[in-house]
Design a protein around this ligand. Sequence first.
Ligand code: RP5
Length: 163
Amino acid sequence: MKVALLMGSDSDFPRLEPGLSILKKLGIAFEARVLSAHRTPKAVVDFVEQAPRRGVRVFLCAAGGAAHLAGVVSAHTDLPVIGIPMDNPPLGGLDALLSTVQMPGGVPVAAVGAGAGGPVNAALFAARILALSDEGLAQRYAAWREQESARVAQKDAALQSKL
Ligand code: RP5
């Protein structure tokens, strides 16, 4: 089972890398592509139609501004689609956030927040979906959470030692 991360532009990629790191840490196979709902609409549809045959089960769609990518992908698949609104200037991501969440009834897109947490949470949400039918992944996810909790506890201990 794989995750497909689509981004509207290569300019989105640096902010998406933390999400890909999460997928790698959890041992989730992925494909990552620059495909634009506006600039390469036919390529988006071709990708979405063919991806399930290669094992893709969740789509992550990152786009900024007039962010239509997640909606277009959802219109062409019955698999789960998670939109990642990119926090581009000049509106700081509010435009992409509203474009992503305000889908008409019948064409579902789940959305994560704009900003640094978005790509990470999108990857984690995809992991939770895939873990429903993958016990090994569920265990890796649980281990990752324990490590994260331990990291916070270490930071707290470091802070206490400075006070
Ligand atoms: C969106 O337009 C992309 O997702 C990107 O966030 C934004 C700007 O793209 P570039 O002009 O940097 O290629 O479709």
